[in-house]
Ligand binder design. Structure first.
Ligand SMILES: NC(=O)c1ccc[n+]([C@@H]2O[C@H](COP(=O)([O-])OP(=O)(O)OC[C@H]3O[C@@H](n4cnc5c(N)ncnc54)[C@H](OP(=O)(O)O)[C@@H]3O)[C@@H](O)[C@H]2O)c1
Length: 386
């Protein structure tokens, strides 16, 4: 029986993880859960999975939950400190890191520092402080298993091979909701339109990141740190069907890929029970039904955010953290009607141009870059003509 903690249990990855736990109750025990503000969903999860401790973002959400769960044997904590305490609590071997955005950095690092293995969905901390996270994981004997479908595919395609033999990593990209639109049409895209992802049902932030291709920019940075391969050897291939989840090319020009229908339960379960595979009762991929698979080069003119990901790695230090923070601010502003779709890239680029990058010697450097970039990006958003 493996004891697990889920950070971000009320989100898309969190609920998919609990779906797996429900299918294999003899294999996993949930000891800790955390959420932002979705008290209704967390209460239902407490009743079903009986964790020892949970945490939510605010004291008022915690107070509501304490009233509703009075009499249940669960400790209810609040704020970033409370979420971090749950991430670090003793008695768990694996933490599913599935908070969205930079808010996951401190708790995920706390989980690493207390020696728990990580199933990493929350890519933003790896973007902000990838080297620091890997150094800490090394120091504490922790393994970081990728959950992102592309990185899981690469992880699986690397199994049994030597890293020295890898020529390049190829991340596939669905192209998101807006791939077929012209540059002119992108000017008037609404949040509702951008949220209509063709293949994946995900949280709103990552769905917008998919539409801008910033998600792929973040994933290039994530891959650099997860696999220790420089950005010059990481390519992106647009593959609309999301059947090939990513590929590795070896020195002999042989390519190994991982395929499957788009369902996050496959990569989540692989990270949860590595190296064994779970017998998931999901539909099989029928390639005769798919018929053909298509591939295209990324279009950097219509979707400039991907190149910002590469650029952030070339500059290094705190630049990826600044880029990530600016993206979070711009995406939230877009969802709230404060910036237009095509302005998201402008806000990120201008923030990066203004950022004086420093080396990341410790967590505070990443957090300070995040704080600075949020302030800068917010001022840029407010200065936009309306
Ligand atoms: N969804 C996917 O298929 C997918 C695939 C690959 C990678 N990922 C990555 O996995 C992460 C989660 O994505 P998602 O789609 O599951 O997101 P989501 O559905 O929006 O869920 C996010 C989770 O984080 C919690 N949360 C939000 N803000 C928080 C804060 N400030 N402090 C603490 N908790 C907070 C939310 O709580 P409330 O619900 O209470 O607000 C929720 O539990 C992201 O980094 C994403 O890039 C997702």
């Amino acid at each position: 029986m493996k004891s697990i903690i889920i950070l971000g249990s009320t989100g898309s990855i969190g609920t998919n993880t609990l779906d797996i736990v429900q299918r294999f109750p003899e294999e996993f025990r949930v000891v800790g859960l955390t959420a932002g503000g979705n008290v209704d969903k967390l209460e239902a999860q407490i009743r079903s999975f009986k964790p020892k401790a949970v945490a939510v973002s605010t004291e008022s959400s915690a107070a509501t939950l304490r009233t509703r769960c009075a009499g249940l044997p669960v400790e209810i904590l609040a704020g970033e400190d409370g979420i971090t305490q749950v991430a670090a609590m003793p008695g768990a071997e694996l933490v599913i890191s599935a908070i969205v955005g930079a808010a996951g950095l401190v708790p995920t690092l706390a989980a690493i520092r207390t020696g728990k293995h990580i199933a990493l969905a929350n890519k933003e901390p790896m973007v902000m402080a990838g080297k620091l996270m890997q150094d800490e994981a090394h120091k504490h004997g922790v393994r970081i298993f990728p959950v992102d479908s592309e990185h899981s595919a690469i992880f699986q395609s690397l199994e049994g091979h030597r890293l020295e033999d890898v020529r390049r990593l190829i991340l596939t990209a669905s192209g998101g909701a807006l791939w077929t639109l012209t540059k002119e049409q992108l000017h008037s895209v609404t949040p509702e339109r951008a949220l209509q992802h063709p293949n994946w049902k995900m949280g709103s932030k990552i769905t917008i990141d998919s539409a801008t291709l910033m998600n792929k920019g973040l994933e290039v940075v994530e891959a650099r740190w997860l696999f220790g391969i420089s950005e010059s050897r990481i390519d992106v291939l647009v593959h609309r069907e999301s059947i090939i989840h990513s590929l590795v090319e070896y020195e002999d020009r042989s390519m190994i890929a991982q395929l499957g229908l788009p369902d996050m339960r496959t990569p989540i379960s692989y990270a949860m029970r590595y190296p064994e595979r779970m017998p998931l009762d999901l539909p099989s991929l029928d390639l005769t039904e798919v018929g053909k698979l298509t591939f295209a080069k990324p279009d950097h003119d219509r979707f400039p955010c991907l190149n910002l990901g590469y650029e952030s790695l070339r500059v290094g230090g705190t630049m990826p953290a600044a880029m990530n923070a600016a993206n979070e601010v711009a995406v939230e502003a877009f969802l709230n009607g404060g910036v237009r779709f095509i302005e998201i890239a402008d806000v990120i680029r201008s923030t990066m141009e203004a950022h004086a990058q420093r080396e990341i010697a410790g967590l505070d450097d990443a957090l300070e870059a995040d704080r600075w970039a949020r302030e800068k990006a917010e001022s840029l958003v407010h200065a936009l003509p309306r």
